[in-house]
Write a protein that binds this ligand. Structure first.
Ligand SMILES: [Zn+2]
Length: 388
């Protein structure tokens, strides 16, 4: 049974445009402490966060985060972080949430390609936001395996308390099965860092190099980077993998990658013998469920429930209206319960349970993230950030 403040949300998207206004910078300094902030995100002290978002994409994000409503202050990056943090704090069910970074595109020669990147949320900024979160927030880092000294960056972010690594392979131009990534995966396994990787068609972020608005990259060859079969190399190297969002973003009637993922979930990678364990998250579950119902029913009925984890994908995918069009779900009292729930994360968690998933999926995330979360924040910061 789900109890209050027990849920782990492994999938919350922080984003930003790069700006940190003076009053918000001062507030951050006050909360984190200048010396500690200097270690976590030096740029924050200069009023920058290092975030970058392409113009087309940025038009979408503040709307999703509710930052452009009448009467709201200018949505600088700290303000957006606070909006997300408030939703976590006000949730009755969620104990902790993983805030996600997103590394930029690196080309085959190891050069950073901001010109090809739709969204970049640096590790340092997420670490600073999480440090100001009082233990409710966890650090979801992102490291492109093709960047110079990628394994060193893994060790650095692990020392700052990262609990997982996030990728969107089509948007970051990452080929997860490239043999040259083997040593990167071995370092991840050594550090017990799981990989939260998008699988299936990606529609929220454009592909690397595309320069197109979101939703217009169907058929782009880089979408093949999101084939879950490409994650076998990571698993074989001993990395636990969370496939998000279960490859279910695919119109009803189209097989997509669901079959490959189901086969991997049910016939391989339970982690009992060797290799990493494969999990799926339920992020974006509440987005267009009517279009994906066949896939969702398959996940409910045929995927091992002990390897499904909860992720809201907040602030994306929070439509309420789509619920009403979900056919074939026995809502009973659930409909009133869900629509009467104001907090977006609680609404999302309740929707998952109403669709027939076991309550345990809401807490399973604690079985797979790097286990810094179980240590109270005071001790945690001493253990993982002894010099801060
Ligand atoms: Zn997401």
């Amino acid at each position: 049974m789900v109890t209050e403040k027990s849920v782990l949300d492994v999938h919350v998207h922080l984003a930003g445009s790069g700006i940190l206004s003076e009053p918000h910078r001062d507030e951050l300094v006050e909360r984190v402490g200048e010396a500690r902030l200097r270690k976590l995100c030096t740029r924050a002290l200069d009023g920058e966060t290092g975030c970058f978002a392409s113009r087309d994409w940025w038009k979408v994000f503040p709307v999703l985060a509710g930052c452009t409503g009448a009467g709201t202050p200018a949505a600088d990056d700290f303000f957006i972080a606070e909006m997300l943090k408030k939703e976590v704090a006000e949730s009755c069910l969620v104990r902790q949430a993983v805030f996600l970074a997103l590394d930029q595109v690196y080309d085959a020669d190891g050069y950073a390609r901001p010109d090809a990147t739709a969204l970049h949320v640096p590790n340092d900024w997420v670490a600073a936001v999480v440090a100001a979160g009082g233990g409710k927030l966890l650090f979801g880092a992102s490291v492109h395996p093709g960047r110079p000294k990628a394994s060193d960056e893994l060790r650095r972010i692990a020392a700052h308390g990262a609990v997982l690594i996030k990728w969107v392979p089509s948007a970051q131009d990452i080929k997860p099965d490239a043999p040259r990534h083997r040593s990167f995966y071995e370092t991840m396994a050594e550090l017990e860092l799981p990989l939260l990787s998008h699988v299936g068609e990606e529609s929220a972020l454009p592909c690397a190099y595309s320069g197109r608005p979101p939703l217009q990259d169907k058929g782009n060859p880089l979408q093949e980077n999101n084939d879950p079969g490409r994650l076998r190399l990571a698993l074989d190297c001993g990395v636990d993998v969370i496939a998000a969002p279960s490859a279910s973003f695919c119109p009803a009637g189209e097989p997509g990658y669901m079959g490959v993922l189901q086969q991997m979930m049910t016939r391989a990678y339970p982690g009992k013998t060797s290799g990493g364990r494969l999990y799926c998250d339920l992020s974006a579950f509440v987005a267009t469920p009517h279009a994906r119902l066949g896939h969702l029913k398959r996940i409910v009925g045929q995927f091992p429930q002990d390897r499904l984890v909860f992720g809201s994908d907040y602030p994306a995918s929070m439509s309420r209206l789509d619920f009403a069009r979900t056919q074939g779900v026995n809502w009973e009292d659930g409909w009133a319960e869900v629509t009467g729930t104001r907090n977006a994360l609680d609404r999302c968690a309740k929707t998952v349970v109403i669709h027939g998933f076991s309550d345990s999926v809401l807490t399973n995330g604690y079985d797979v993230i790097r286990p810094v979360n179980t240590i109270p924040f005071g001790q945690w910061s001493k253990r993982w950030m002894p010099n801060v």
